[in-house]
Design a protein around this ligand. Structure first.
Ligand code: EPZ
Length: 444
């Protein structure tokens, strides 16, 4: 796979989603952060990882050269590129342009070695079955904070007539002819909605999906597919109606801004009492977080494709309960907890999407946070100040929370295993330094 010059890419060495060291030297990278500097200035928000990944997989639905602009160059998009490459696609991933040629797909196998490093690799399953009727995709396995089943992906595809077997850790489908069906999701799932949407666009007949996810990543995936000739109606509602078509045209699109990266920067500005402007972001995709940050005492000025935030001297405590979009995102739960750890008062944070997504709690406690866990709820007693210490990143958003806490902690914090951050944030250290923070990437 061609990755633009200077882009880190180590094809042979790969961590699993949760396992640590391998031979990839970047795995030993750590951040050294000296806290206490209010963030100031403007920062450009990158393209959205969680919007780019399904669109990259959707290129398998039609032969040809697909053009994707604003794909963030991250460990995860590189991994998706490698999965597509394993299938026979030609992938060029650069800072502004990603070209994917799916004319000559020579394999339908997505290997365990790649899938275990990124669950979203499972997105190739539906497109492979839809276009070729065959697929052999490794089951993803667990992640840092527990089991993340894919039963809805499999049940939905089976409802569309796919006889799927689990063989040696692989999901295997042979000579499958997908047909339209009615399927209701027991729980709202971003991944399973995307999976069935991609499978249904080439299926024989009409598919009706109920209780679907409303995340912007899903809506734009549907819009991209419709521009390629698909027939999806109901985007932005909990019911999608998809009329299968015979073929699609290649994709030509620009990936939307990353609302989770944007919200992470808002929380970083809030906790440091800084004032920053985010460029190339969509305020309407982050209303629930903006509301919570205003409750915490921030002044927020949404503009066209930009947001300006000014943080308070010290944030107020806020209660947060995560929910599917447009509710408060679980991908911001940890970052918000870091902010609440220095707030005035006690905050109650409940995660209803992942009941055990709290691997950041013991690490925040190492910095002096006072957090008590009760089931899927954390009671956070705000403290006057945190103090720097060595801590360990465990997953993408947990590590972002440690960065936010370190930006306000006294003295030096050293965050190791930041390869987790590199999976979801493009050039986070450079962007923070540009905003006046003291962040150094070192090799441990
Ligand atoms: C997507 O994961 C995101 N990942 C996650 O972001 C995000 O946390 C999650 O949606 C929720 O917003 C990508 O888009 C690549 P789900 P996904 O299916 O699709 C249960 C990040 O940090 N469920 O919406 O895997 C599941 O256990 C990542 O960028 C089933 O029970 O999440 C969870 O409780 C982390 N069976 C709930 O649904 C299934 O088959 C929502 O999961 C599928 C899901």
């Amino acid at each position: 796979m061609d990755v633009a010059p200077g882009i880190r890419h180590h094809p042979r060495t790969r961590p699993t989603e949760s396992s640590p060291e391998t031979q990839d030297p970047a795995i030993m990278d750590a951040f050294v952060i000296r806290g206490g500097k209010p963030l100031k200035g403007r920062v450009q928000i990158s393209g959205a990882k969680n919007a780019a990944l399904p669109v990259m997989a959707a290129t398998l639905l039609s032969p040809g050269v697909h053009t994707l602009r604003n794909v963030p160059v991250l460990r995860d998009t590189i991994t998706m590129g490698e999965v597509l490459q394993k299938l026979g696609a030609r992938v060029e991933l650069g800072p502004r342009l990603c070209k994917i040629d799916t004319t000559n797909i020579t394999s339908v196998e997505a290997p365990y070695d790649l899938v275990r490093t990124m669950r979203a690799s499972i997105y190739v399953l539906g497109p492979l079955l839809a276009r070729f009727g065959n697929a052999r995709v490794s089951l993803p396995g667990g992640c840092a904070w527990g089991p993340r089943p894919v039963n809805l992906h499999l049940e939905g595809l089976k409802a569309m007539g796919a006889a799927l077997e689990i063989e040696h850790g692989y999901i295997v489908g042979r000579e499958v002819k997908l047909k339209g069906t009615n399927f209701n999701f027991d729980v709202v799932s971003v991944g399973a909605t995307a999976q069935l949407m991609m499978a249904a666009v080439l299926a024989n007949g009409r598919t009706v999906l109920d209780n679907v996810a409303l995340e912007p990543d899903i809506t734009v995936l549907g819009e991209v597919l419709n521009r390629c000739g698909a027939n999806i109606s109901g985007l932005g509602t909990r019911r999608l109606v998809i009329e299968g078509v015979r073929e699609l045209q290649p994709i030509d699109t620009t990936i939307i801004p990353d609302r989770i990266e944007a919200q992470t920067f808002l929380a970083a500005a809030a906790v440091t009492g800084g004032s920053i402007t985010l460029e190339s972001c969509d305020p309407s995709d982050m209303l629930s977080a903006i509301q919570k940050l205003e409750e915490a005492g921030c002044q927020i000025l949404p503009g066209t494709n930009e947001v300006t935030i000014t943080g308070p001297r010290r944030p107020y405590a806020v209660d947060v309960t995560t929910a599917p979009f447009p509710g408060f995102p679980t991908d911001m739960q940890a970052q918000m907890m870091a902010l609440c750890s220095v707030a005035e008062g006690t905050s109650v944070i409940t995660d209803t999407i992942y009941l055990d997504r709290f691997t950041h709690v013991p690490e925040l406690a190492r910095l002096g946070a006072r957090i008590e866990l009760k089931g899927n709820t954390a009671v956070v007693k705000g403290v006057e100040r945190l103090s720097g210490a060595p801590v360990m990143a465990t997953d993408i958003r947990a590590s972002a929370a440690l960065v936010i806490a370190a930006l306000v902690a006294e003295g030096e914090t050293r965050i190791s295993r930041i390869y987790h951050l590199d999976r979801g944030y493009e050039g986070l250290d450079q962007k923070l330094v540009k905003l006046g923070a003291s962040v150094e990437r070192i090799r441990e």
